[in-house]
Ligand binder design. Structure first.
Ligand SMILES: NC(=O)c1ccc[n+]([C@@H]2O[C@H](COP(=O)([O-])OP(=O)(O)OC[C@H]3O[C@@H](n4cnc5c(N)ncnc54)[C@H](OP(=O)(O)O)[C@@H]3O)[C@@H](O)[C@H]2O)c1
Length: 233
């Protein structure tokens, strides 16, 4: 679908230099939506995006840096993800505390919508992935905080819980969406996760939704918006 979105607010993307985050930025730009990215490494951001986006540099551990990043934005999309068991890229620092800090500073800055890349199985404390420093449980804590803060005060959220992530172009698969964290396996393109979070900016049924998503079959899609009609009330 080539339509330019009616959404014209500015969107802060956290984790924008990551593999899903880069797709979030690409899909926002595809729809003509102004983008600011929050990155700990300015050079990396400029290498990936050139001058096409505004870059704010800072640490997710710093409330002041995060406050500076969200100021003046209408929405935030987080594709942050941890990559080490301990330290500043650990699940505790990034998937839980980093996201919680972003949620709190965004709410203070009057950001109206928050989109989050979470994960299938976040509610399953006994899942083997939790051997990686409790990553799923940390994501669950961040989800719970987001639901609490962004379901009030005229704010909204969308939480996407993808299955295993793979690379590839968006809109190439029919998707299966579900709620209640019942799925155990499946794959999805990072680009489709990004697309779901971007269209959620203007799709009313995406507001305050938490859902799992995986590929169902090959099949070119003209839009992912109708998947929001399939979510259980
Ligand atoms: N892999 C899977 O199969 C799978 C399945 C379900 C859900 N998920 C989740 O989906 C999300 C996106 O995954 P992905 O594969 O796109 O992740 P990714 O490529 O590893 O990107 C992660 C992003 O988080 C940023 N980040 C990490 N630590 C940071 C810190 N301390 N401060 C600031 N930024 C930090 C990275 O920044 P730099 O570029 O600076 O490193 C990068 O932009 C993650 O939350 C992941 O857990 C993954």
């Amino acid at each position: 679908m080539d339509t330019k979105a009616t959404y014209k607010g500015k969107v802060l993307v956290a984790g924008a230099t990551g593999r899903t985050g880069q797709w979030v930025v690409k899909r926002l730009l595809h729809y003509g939506i102004p983008v600011r990215i929050f990155s700990r490494e300015r050079e990396k951001a400029l290498r990936i995006f050139g001058e096409s986006v505004e870059v704010v540099t800072g640490k997710i551990q710093s409330a002041a840096d995060v406050a500076n990043a969200v100021r003046g934005c209408d929405a935030v999309i987080s594709a942050l993800g941890s990559s080490s068991v301990t330290g500043e890229s650990s699940p505790g620092d990034v998937d839980r505390d980093g996201v919680i800090r972003l949620v709190d500073e965004a709410a203070k800055a009057d950001v109206k919508h928050f989109g989050l890349v979470s994960s299938m199985a976040v509610t399953k404390w006994y899942h083997p992935l939790n051997l990686f420093a409790g990553v799923l449980s940390k994501k669950w804590e961040a989800e719970e905080h987001l639901r609490k803060v962004f379901s009030m005060g005229g704010r909204s959220y969308t939480i996407v819980r993808p299955g295993g992530l793979q690379d590839g172009e968006p809109l190439q698969h029919k998707l299966h969406v579900d709620t209640g964290d019942k799925l155990w396996s499946g794959w999805i393109n990072r680009s489709d996760v990004a697309e779901l979070l971007v269209v959620a900016l203007w799709v009313e049924k995406a507001k305050n939704a938490t859902f799992e998503v995986i590929n169902e079959a090959d099949g070119v899609q003209s839009s992912l918006e109708p998947y929001y009609d399939r979510l259980l009330e």
